[in-house]
Design a protein around this ligand. Structure first.
Ligand code: NAD
Ligand code: DAU
Length: 354
């Protein structure tokens, strides 16, 4: 038995690969294009591990995906591959359309052909799991109930619109062709190996470097945070027991305004690596121009996955954020390497005018 995952050199995909192989000997074929966000250094511990086969390539390369499916005969395909950063989607949406929509479509076509040719027993057990986001549901008002799976789609950024389109395609392949798909819509992840363009790792690396901690707008936007390993355990559980055609929202009931995240990270760094320059890293907080179209609040109702599949997160926000800050302090080499090249260019483009 083998699984094929896409985007397994990115933040969540790589955490998933590491967790999977820590718990089972079932091999993984890992297809990743290695964009700026793909980082094989995260998977360095698997270099000599025959259970992990890495293939550099695009989910939109139908010939390559056909070949991988035929050669490795996976019992499941898990699609993590995406362009994932909202700010990048605002600056240049094209890649988001290509990978998140066209790429997912081509992957679905390849998987449909492969699944169609499987023997009956394997065909019944096969699953395509599509990893998606809470951002497809749009933005909540302060008193609104959290997003349930039945919430209407109201994506507001090119990123969330492209993810919404991919979710609709996945749904349609179940409805029209009977492809046994599963979709997960998860809230904001944080944890080890997170690329420092996203809020939490950016705060940690900027604080340590004595740089400003950029807070968009008034800092009162609310996100619902989940430790990445809890997202991985939810995906494993959905793969194992989810009902084909169903959608499962994944979250940890951890809504926080951004400014509270910033203050928490500063307080942890003050405790674990006191700043030499000032009494607190919070002196580096800098309010900057808001993100265009910035969604005000996300919150996930994780009741369905809890009730139907018995999944619960293992970490509280307090335990998860402490582990995360400790991980970044213990891994300066990973951080230094990820900050070279494309990352530096991106920071210049994003913050030059603020
Ligand atoms: P990421 O940007 O860290 O990683 C994406 C990975 O996909 C990279 O390794 C990249 O090289 C690869 N990739 C990009 N385009 C590709 C292509 N055309 N073909 C093959 N590989 C390609 O993203 P992430 O944060 O790990 O997110 C993974 C998935 O989870 C995405 O689908 C994202 O929408 C979803 N998600 C993310 C979060 C979050 O908070 N990060 C929350 C919910 C859902
Ligand atoms: O909700 C799930 C989504 O979470 C995923 O689908 C996305 O792939 C992932 O990137 C993330 O999107 P966000 O836009 O919520 O994450 P980001 O880390 O970019 O921003 C978190 C919040 O912090 C958001 O309200 C914007 C704000 N922010 C972000 C950055 C990078 C700042 O205030 N300053 C910053 O410099």
């Amino acid at each position: 038995m083998t699984i094929l995952i896409t985007g397994g050199a990115g933040f969540i995909g790589a955490n998933f690969v590491l967790d999977w192989l820590a718990q089972t000997d079932e091999p993984i074929v890992n297809l990743d294009k290695l964009t700026y966000a793909g980082n094989l250094e995260t998977l360095a511990s698997l270099d000599a591990d025959a259970r992990h086969m890495f293939v550099q390539g695009d989910i939109g390369d139908s010939a390559l995906v056909d070949r991988l499916l035929a050669e490795h005969q996976p019992r499941a395909v898990l699609n993590f591959a995406a362009e994932s950063h909202v700010d990048r989607s605002i600056h240049s949406p094209e890649d988001f359309i290509q990978t998140n929509i066209v790429g997912t479509f081509r992957l679905l076509e390849a998987v449909r052909a492969y699944w169609g040719g499987m023997p009956a027993q394997e065909k019944a057990a096969f699953r395509l799991l599509h990893v998606s986001t809470d951002e497809v549901y749009g933005s909540l008002g302060a008193g609104d109930p959290a997003f349930a799976e039945t919430h209407r789609y109201e994506p507001n950024s090119p990123y969330s619109a492209s993810k919404a389109a991919s979710d609709h395609l996945v749904r349609a392949y179940h409805h029209t062709y009977g492809l046994p798909v599963l979709t997960t819509n998860c809230s904001n992840n944080y944890g080890p190996y997170h690329f420092p363009e996203k809020l939490i790792p950016l705060l940690i690396v900027n604080a340590l470097a004595g740089k400003p901690l950029p807070v968009y707008g008034d800092g009162m936007q609310v996100r619902d945070w989940l430790y990445v390993k809890d997202h991985c355990s939810a995906i494993r559980r959905v793969l194992e027991a989810g009902r084909p055609g169903e959608v499962y929202n994944v979250g940890g009931w951890n809504e926080k305004p951004n400014i509270e995240i910033v203050n928490t990270v500063c307080a942890l760094l003050d405790e674990l690596r006191p700043s030499l320059g000032t009494s607190s890293y919070s002196a580096q907080i800098s309010y900057v121009k808001d993100r265009p179209g910035h969604d005000r609040r996300y919150a996930i109702d994780a009741g369905k996955i809890e009730r139907e599949l018995g999944w619960k997160p293992a970490e509280t926000f307090e335990s998860g954020i402490r582990k995360t800050v400790q991980w970044y302090l213990a891994n300066p080499e990973w951080v230094a390497h990820v900050q070279s090249g494309a990352y530096r260019d991106w920071v210049q483009t994003q913050y030059a005018s603020v």
